[in-house]
Design a protein around this ligand. Structure first.
Ligand code: DAH
Length: 338
């Protein structure tokens, strides 16, 4: 009997339960009513008295071993089933929305402006942010030591080189390398030495536009800009021009649009004037054309420049300029656009 028990003990130990159906196989073979251990319990009755204690202990030990092995195997396969269940995906559920990021509000406005002008034949152009004195000032009719240079607080790199203070420098580059007709829209980042506040920053963005051809007039300028603001802000917008001064245009003007909020009635956004200033413009000064190798007797043109932050502030009613540059995702992901 002892040998039988030792043999079964060994068999139990080496029984490999790899597949779930082997759990039941194991139970039937050793622990069921008709199993091998029960058969030995029957035999136990015949064991002589003095051996009963020893064999009984061994029998219990083997039986416990088998039971432990069985419960371990059962719980192993049960947890496997649970795991599988949680891994299974319900393919009928709608897909989770993946957050793919959003475009920066200033890029959205910039792209919108470009698209509007593209529709009427303006091409896209760019220029460098580090610019020389000629392209940023001299060619644009800012004479050396002229007070107009003080209008823009410049970051100089050396006497000749600076961070561009406006995108008007790109006009010059374009006129130098192209023959009229020229019709271009030129967005970009510009830099000015200003203290950072809710209303000013040391860098911001502008869009510049020029149109040069034979017989371009102020009427063309007016209609082009009127078309533009209607496309950007809506058909019922009104415009007005105020005389102004820029060294590179003559005559020069600033253009206002009727206040988007109060529609011209007067509110705190338009400081109760009913109007909002949005851009500077004018007829390109003949000196500028000459500086860039274009004959002012043959050609004339208009130019305009505006701040993208300004447009974005009006469009989104976000007044603190700094929010556009803090890179706070909670602010940035509220904007949608191309
Ligand atoms: N460059 C001017 C500025 O930064 C804006 C400007 C005014 C651009 C009139 C123009 C223009 O092209 O014609 O303040």
């Amino acid at each position: 009997m002892r040998e039988d028990l030792e043999k079964i003990k060994h068999q139990i130990e080496s029984f490999e339960i790899i597949r779930p159906e082997q759990v039941e196989e194991f139970r039937l073979k050793y622990l069921s009513k008709k199993g091998e251990l029960n058969a030995l319990i029957e035999k136990f009755k015949l064991v002589p008295g003095e051996m009963k204690r020893e064999i009984g202990q061994l029998l219990n030990l083997v039986k416990d071993k088998a039971k432990t092995k069985l419960t371990e195997a059962q719980s192993h396969f049960e947890s496997k089933i649970k795991e599988n269940k949680s891994e299974q995906t319900d393919l009928t559920l709608p897909a989770e929305k993946e957050f793919s990021g959003s475009r920066h509000p200033l890029s959205i406005v910039e792209n919108e402006v470009i698209e509007i002008f593209k529709k009427i034949g303006f091409v896209y152009a760019e220029g460098p942010e580090i610019e020389d004195d000629w392209h940023n000032f001299s060619a644009l009719n800012f004479p050396k030591n002229h007070p107009a240079r003080d209008m823009q607080d410049t970051f100089f790199i050396d006497e000749e080189i600076a961070l561009r203070t406006h995108t008007s420098s790109v006009q010059v580059r374009l006129m130098e390398k192209q023959k009229p007709p020229i019709r271009a829209i030129m967005p970009g980042r510009v830099y000015r030495n200003e203290a950072i506040s809710a209303r000013a920053n040391c860098f911001f963005h502008q869009v510049e536009g020029i149109y040069i051809d034979k017989n371009v007039s102020f009427a063309d300028l007016k209609q082009t800009l009127f078309y533009f603001v209607k496309a950007l802000f809506g058909q019922d917008i009104k415009i007005r021009f105020r005389p102004s001064y820029f060294p590179f245009t003559e005559p020069s003007a600033e253009m206002d649009i009727s206040c988007l909020l109060c529609k011209g009635k007067g509110c705190n956004v338009c400081k109760y004037t009913g109007w909002l200033e949005i851009l500077g413009c004018g007829m390109i000064d003949p000196n500028v054309l000459k500086n860039c190798g274009i004959d002012p007797e043959e050609y004339s043109g208009f130019a305009f420049g505006m701040g993208i932050e300004r447009l974005a502030m009006l469009k989104y009613e976000v007044k603190d300029l700094r929010t556009y540059f803090n890179n706070d995702v909670r602010f940035l992901n509220q904007f949608e656009g191309l």
